[in-house]
Design a protein around this ligand. Structure first.
Ligand code: SF4
Ligand code: MG
Length: 328
């Protein structure tokens, strides 16, 4: 089975006045049709950088893809011109961002904004595009779609706006949907509705989803596979069951302990991983989690841990599991 998207050893660096920030430092993953890969990690872990690299939306300068491949149906997007990328964005690969207002144009109606990609990519006539836009509004669960079609973003609630953004994203039947923290800006009940909507759309349309989130609840709800990122690297990768029932990396174990438990009656004090994410301009040698890790060993501060496999698709980068720590 061929993946829709395969990222191979991607390095996206930012050349700032203060030094080089390795936003994404040797990241590899695959996304398959009908499946969701969740990229999970704190802000600055590189999850958005890898996704924005796919679409060539990294501000450049200071950002640059310095190494690696981004294979979309086997074609390397790293070599694509801006013109070629314009044909891909919003057509083959669509994106939804955290804050719907950043994706929406405040001076255009919802209907017009859904019609735009249909006119541009699918070359639909005005009438056909309008028909399809109303259908899409209905599809994403917006009541009275004909009326909403004529409304401006400011006339809608945050949840409604995110539904419009999803309608725009789905307009051209993308093969891959990148969802970058799609519910973070919304209140809790609306969050669940939007996640359910995305899930439902995937079932109907069969697209692959790259779900970027810091929220393990969203991961549990949506993901088939999970990549846990820390300081620009994937520190653990596996199927969703591996991640929740057989986690290996101390960082992931800490994240799980700090997750609020919905099944618990009593209000517990939440566990917090101690310490801070290291300064990206001055990353430690060896394991980037060493300063916060309760199992840290000498070797962790000397060498970069390699991936250790626990199954065909489950690995972690941690010396606790490699034989090399014994020989050292
Ligand atoms: Fe902790 Fe060492 Fe594993 Fe890093 S490599 S997570 S410091 S035990
Ligand atoms: Mg982000």
């Amino acid at each position: 089975r061929q993946p829709i998207l395969e990222i191979k050893d991607l390095k996206t660096y930012f050349y700032t006045d203060d030094g080089v920030v390795k936003g994404c430092d040797g990241v590899s993953y695959k996304v398959y049709e009908g499946e969701t890969l969740a990229l999970v990690g704190e802000s600055g872990s590189g999850k958005s950088v890898s996704a924005m690299s796919i679409l060539q939306l990294i501000p450049s300068p200071p950002g640059k893809i310095v190494e690696g491949e981004i294979l979309y149906n086997g074609d390397n997007l790293v070599n694509y011109s801006e013109k070629q990328m314009e044909k891909i964005r919003g057509n083959d690969i669509a994106v939804i961002f955290q804050e719907p207002m950043t994706s929406l144009n405040p001076v255009l109606t919802a209907g017009y904004q859904i019609m735009e990609p249909l006119r541009l990519h699918q070359k639909l006539s005005k009438n056909k595009a309008k028909e399809r836009a109303v259908e899409l509004l209905k599809l994403v669960g917006i009541p009275s779609p004909e009326k909403r079609f004529k409304e401006y973003p400011y006339q809608m609630s945050g949840g409604m706006r995110q539904r419009v953004v999803i309608a725009i994203a789905l307009a051209c039947n993308p093969k891959l949907l990148i969802a970058d923290e799609p519910t973070t800006a919304l209140d809790v009940t609306i969050q669940a509705q939007i996640i359910n909507l995305v899930e439902e759309m995937q079932e109907k349309l069969g697209m692959a989803i790259l779900m970027i989130t810091h929220d393990l609840g969203v991961v549990a709800e949506t993901a088939n596979k999970v990549a846990v990122m820390y300081c620009g690297k994937i520190v653990e990768y596996g199927r969703v069951d591996d991640i929740f029932y057989d986690s290996k990396h101390p960082y992931l174990q800490g994240l799980k302990k700090s997750m609020p438990r919905l099944d618990s009656e009593k209000v517990e004090e939440l566990y917090v991983i101690e310490g801070m994410v290291p300064n990206p301009l001055n990353l430690p040698v060896g394991c980037k989690f060493a300063d916060r890790c309760e199992y840290v060993m000498e070797i962790c501060r000397k060498k970069e841990p390699e991936a250790v496999y626990f199954g065909k698709e489950h690995y972690a980068r941690c010396f606790l599991y490699s034989d090399s720590n014994e020989s050292e």
